[in-house]
Design a protein around this ligand. Structure first.
Ligand SMILES: [Ca+2]
Ligand SMILES: [Ca+2]
Ligand SMILES: [Ca+2]
Length: 257
């Protein structure tokens, strides 16, 4: 009898890759994960996700070193970056979205931009590092007058999983949602958005940027497994699908692999 997990796509299945990996394109329930963009950074910026035409364009200064999973993109020094062409259009078509990435910060010498797809009144940008502590800041803007930032601290020198969860229903004012920030599979901060202003809207920059260099200093960090899903997940999925961990429902904690 055919079954989900036998490696063959049967009529009642969207996919079946025969493995038990919850984080890939075809999770063990045989329903496609809506993983649109997936940069594994194993020597290039090829998109292993479901959205064709969204390969990352790597600046020449980006190099590769041993990463969380095989290789990682090395974002050290200035003059580098990964351009995600037409990211604004992709996000506007999927305003209910999750973005996740593994980050390892080697040293904190200045501000630098890890992820930038903010326009004039839309999207969000992250600032990585300060001179004093391993602070990770996200600043968002949206329709109306929405503009807010939040930060959390983490330990440098080790891999952390960082994710943003945004359950928008559209790109107009009133169709937005709070922006939730996850560290290592657990919710650590929420940018409140009481008027549901849309962070994903027509003001987004056309092209997104990763690894976007420094603001007057010298960043030194690595990225691996950058992913964008065209959907959001509950706490268990946020831990297991997005961060690749194991969710303990009794204690509401996520243990990473
Ligand atoms: Ca099957
Ligand atoms: Ca699978
Ligand atoms: Ca990798």
């Amino acid at each position: 009898m055919p079954f989900c997990g036998d490696g063959n796509k049967d009529p009642n299945e969207e996919c079946d890759d025969g493995n038990e990996d919850p984080t890939d394109l075809c999770p063990p329930n045989c329903t496609k994960s809506k993983l649109l963009v997936w940069y594994e950074f194993d020597g290039d910026g090829t998109n292993s996700g479901m959205a064709p035409g969204y390969d990352g364009m790597m600046d020449a200064a980006v190099s590769y070193i041993a990463g969380k999973h095989r290789q990682a993109a090395q974002c050290a020094g200035t003059g580098h970056g990964v351009t995600i062409q037409d990211l604004g259009s992709l996000l506007q078509a999927n305003p209910d979205l999750t973005i996740g990435v593994w980050v390892r910060e080697e040293s904190l010498e200045s501000w630098s931009y890890l992820l930038d797809f903010r326009g004039n009144g839309g999207g969000w940008k992250t600032y990585q590092g300060t001179t004093a502590s391993a602070t990770f800041t996200t600043c968002a803007s949206g329709t109306g007058s929405f503009s807010a930032c939040t930060s959390f601290d983490y330990m440098e020198g080790v891999w952390h999983h960082v994710a943003w969860r945004y359950a928008g229903t559209g790109t107009n004012s009133g169709e937005g949602a709070p922006l939730e920030l996850y560290l290592d599979g657990e919710l650590v901060k929420t940018l409140a958005n009481d008027m549901d202003e849309a962070l994903i809207n027509g003001n987004l920059l056309q092209d997104g940027k990763l690894c976007a260099g420094a603001n007057g200093g010298t960043p030194n960090y690595q990225l691996d497994d950058f992913k964008i899903w065209g959907r959001t997940f509950g706490p268990m999925g946020q831990c297991e699908v997005v961060a690749g961990g194991t969710w303990d429902a009794n204690n509401m904690t996520c243990t990473l692999q």
